[in-house]
Design a protein around this ligand. Structure first.
Ligand SMILES: Cc1ncc(COP(=O)(O)O)c(C=O)c1O
Length: 393
């Protein structure tokens, strides 16, 4: 009989089980919202990226429904063949105006936007200078480009400077950082890295996936927050988190975006968004422009919850955003914390190596604009109980 050539993967899974790192997927039984049903339990949901509650916003739902009725459920092709619909172009125009850039290209996801962009614009003769905690999609894009990758310690602009300074002046260089780091919730060194990029003629790129809809005026992101308009060559945003639907976008100059239309592989080789997705993203831009008070609510909830965790004595790292990690140390401890919280009615996902460093496993909490104070207090009470039980506080 033929031996299973994939048997080694089962052995790897066994090893994860032994280390207490095996995860089953939590299954959401109904809507993605602040209080939700996962695995049949009603829990306060601190694990989504649905910062503004837009996944269920009536205007987005109505827009998706209407677009489906009018245009059908799929685009039927990649963008460069027959899959560019008027609604895709409208979304790109709206996002460009929103981001105050010349042009925008929308990808199927933020992951595709990062990986597709970096791999399209660089080749093996170029060099990338990248923060060590940049998102996996940036890392994959860097690898696909075949450019040399130089990693600097997290937010260490002087280390980045030493790398850039020693590179040949004629070599093409991309300096890249997350705007908000997804595991720690701290802000990238956007302003200082921009100044460095300008000094040495680097291309400057910021991945604002977790800043879109959260930072800056009406949620325009960290470039707006730091008053850096016109100084960042490549801005990436996502439509999958605060915007509530799905997708990623890249904002920049017209020529750069047109180049991506010609060379970014996810754009060329993967089917474009269904009309309902584009329509809900358009409605989300309306909401960001017309209802900025939901962003204020997100920040009020963030301040309340963060202060609550700190007052209880948890190690919440250096977070400056609605992402607040509760650092537990070893992977198995973080998973235990997450499991016990779930039993107490709170869903905060555990994250361990390779997602975060081996000794910095954590549960990650993300509050949303739609959590009530009662829900957040309930979650804090659960953290207090379980944190004491596990000796974390
Ligand atoms: C920093 C960062 N960039 C990009 C992405 C990818 O975005 P998307 O979920 O839209 O693919 C994520 C999502 O996990 C992220 O955290």
């Amino acid at each position: 009989m033929r031996q299973d050539p994939l048997a080694y993967l089962a052995a790897e899974l066994d090893s994860l089980r032994e280390q207490g790192l095996y995860r089953s997927l939590r299954v959401l039984d109904d809507r993605q919202q602040a209080k939700a049903h996962f695995d049949g339990r009603s829990v306060v949901n601190l694990s989504s990226n649905n910062y503004l509650g837009l996944t269920t916003h009536p205007k987005l739902v109505a827009a998706a429904r209407a677009a489906t009725e009018t245009f059908g459920v799929g685009s039927g092709s990649v963008r460069t063949i027959a899959g560019t619909m008027a609604i895709h172009m409208e979304l790109e125009r709206r996002l460009a105006a929103f981001k105050k850039t010349e042009a925008v290209v929308v990808f199927q996801s933020g992951f595709a936007a990062n990986a597709g962009t970096v791999s399209a614009i660089l080749n093996k003769d170029d060099v990338i200078i990248s923060d060590e905690l940049n998102h996996a999609s940036i890392i994959d894009g860097c690898r696909l480009s075949r450019a040399a990758i130089k990693v600097f310690p997290h937010k260490d602009v002087e280390a980045a400077r030493r790398i850039v300074r020693d590179l040949p002046a004629h070599q093409r260089k991309l300096l890249i950082t997350d705007g908000v780091f997804s595991m720690d919730g701290d802000l990238g060194a956007v302003a200082d890295l921009c100044a460095l990029a300008e000094e040495y003629g680097c291309i400057m790129m910021v991945d604002d996936a977790h800043a879109s809809g959260v930072f800056g005026q009406n949620g325009r992101g960290t470039i707006d927050h730091f008053h850096m308009h016109g100084r960042v060559d490549i801005q990436v945003g996502t439509l999958s988190k605060a915007v509530g639907a799905l997708g990623g976008y890249v904002a920049g100059s017209r020529a750069f975006i047109e180049f991506l239309y010609h060379r970014a592989r996810p754009f060329l080789f993967s089917t474009s968004h269904p009309p309902a997705v584009a329509a809900s993203c358009l409605a989300a831009v309306d909401v960001l422009e017309q209802e900025p008070e939901i962003i204020d609510r997100l920040w009020e909830n963030t301040r309340f919850f963060k202060a609550g965790l700190v007052n209880l004595g948890f190690n919440t790292g250096l977070s400056e955003s609605p992402i607040t990690p509760v650092i537990a140390g070893e992977g198995s401890r973080a998973m235990k914390l997450s499991d016990r919280l779930f039993q107490e009615g709170v869903f905060a996902q555990g994250l361990a190596f390779p997602t975060v460093a081996r000794d910095k496993a954590r549960v990650r909490t993300i509050v949303t604009a739609t959590h009530t104070r009662e829900e957040l207090q309930f979650a804090l009470d659960a953290f207090a109980k379980v944190g004491r039980e596990l000796g974390l506080i």
